[in-house]
Design a protein around this ligand. Structure first.
Ligand code: F6P
Length: 334
């Protein structure tokens, strides 16, 4: 019989066998996975459960919220607030820090999440996902504030995402490589279906929203011109482009078969350092990508070394196969 490893067994091994995570972090990750299961169920019911369409509200970024954005956010808050593993949570959908209510015990971790990434794809039945990241609360702090979340990505204890696609997958790192778990929708259990995921160093696939080309800065223009020039250009080979417009799905493809994902800053609004959020999107993905042997930068600096200055900070993102990320980063540096 095929020996199947469940998410629980994997986490117990990370705790007891490898000493990589504490018991508290193990339980926290199990709760996050359970919440993702609930979100997956809502996503898969779609119109049958009346979860499609606009919620009629705006989030902290001024973006119109979808019903599923709100449902996913509430599901994660409710699932995680009572377990005693957390001091506070922060969500891309909420302005400030969510402190654990006084009626529940508090733990030593901070949880950040983008409850439903790729919202523009919800109503068209294209893969979307949940991204999360876990930090440790600084020692000796009793009342968590935004300042306690502002830690560089290199301090993440765990990060991952769930992708709600033809299968529901959970992709996770606790700093011991990257493992993928597939949800059995009949039994409700997560089973490990890949471990020690590795991204090939070289690639010939890239992902960028090319409709923004006229706004890009010179290093990005130069790089994309070279990719588009293909075998006749300086890179001497043909490249293919893929753009799902759900970061989770684009990153998942790269973790599965290589590639480079880019969301550069551009010159539309010089006050914005990019479109994606450092703490909810870029940092967790950068941790996963590095753990799989790839690279992630903001164009000039390793992503995981960027010191956040605010919770909802935006950042330029270049991540994926090492050779290509290093190439586009070197164009920024020169
Ligand atoms: O941050 C949200 C997000 O939906 C990402 O998942 C995705 O990569 C990006 O925005 C898509 O943006 P665009 O509208 O430029 O395609």
């Amino acid at each position: 019989m095929r020996h199947l490893v469940s998410l629980t067994q994997y986490l117990v091994e990370q705790q007891r066998g490898k000493g990589k995570i504490s018991g508290e972090l193990r339980l926290l990750l199990e709760v996050v996975a359970r919440a993702c299961k609930r979100i997956s169920l809502a996503v898969s019911k779609g119109a049958l459960a009346d979860v499609l369409g606009e919620a009629g509200t705006n989030n902290v970024q001024g973006e119109a919220q979808k019903k599923l954005d709100v449902i996913a956010n509430e599901t994660l808050l409710e699932a995680n607030e009572w377990g005693g593993h957390l001091a506070a949570m922060a969500s891309e959908e909420m302005e400030g820090v969510y402190s654990i209510p006084n009626r529940y015990p508090r733990g030593e971790h901070l949880l950040l999440f983008d409850p439903l990434d790729g919202s523009s794809n919800i109503d068209v039945n294209v893969s979307i996902g949940t991204i999360f990241s876990v930090l440790k609360m600084p020692e000796g702090v009793s009342e968590p504030t935004e300042a306690h979340f502002l830690q560089p990505g290199s301090r993440q204890l765990a990060a991952g995402y769930a992708v709600y696609g033809p299968s529901t997958l959970l992709v996770l790192t606790v700093g011991d490589g990257v493992a993928k778990f597939t949800l059995d929708r009949e039994t409700g259990s997560w089973t490990k279906t890949a471990d020690h995921v590795r991204i090939p160093h070289k690639t010939s696939e890239y992902a960028i929203n090319a409709s923004n080309a006229r706004h890009w800065e010179p290093p990005v223009r130069r790089y994309i011109d070279e990719l588009v020039a293909g075998a006749q250009g300086p890179l001497g080979k043909n490249y293919n482009m893929r753009w799902v417009a759900s970061m989770v799905s684009d990153v998942h493809r790269i973790l599965t078969r290589g590639g480079i994902f880019m969301y550069p800053r551009d010159n539309r609004d010089p006050g914005k350092a990019g479109r994606l959020r450092l703490m909810y999107e870029a940092n967790p993905m950068a941790f996963l990508i590095e753990q799989a042997g790839g690279a992630a930068t903001n164009g000039v600096q390793r992503m995981l070394d960027v010191q956040p200055t605010k919770l909802h900070e935006r950042v330029a993102v270049f991540l994926g196969s090492k050779e290509e990320v290093e190439r586009v980063t070197s164009y920024h540096q020169s």
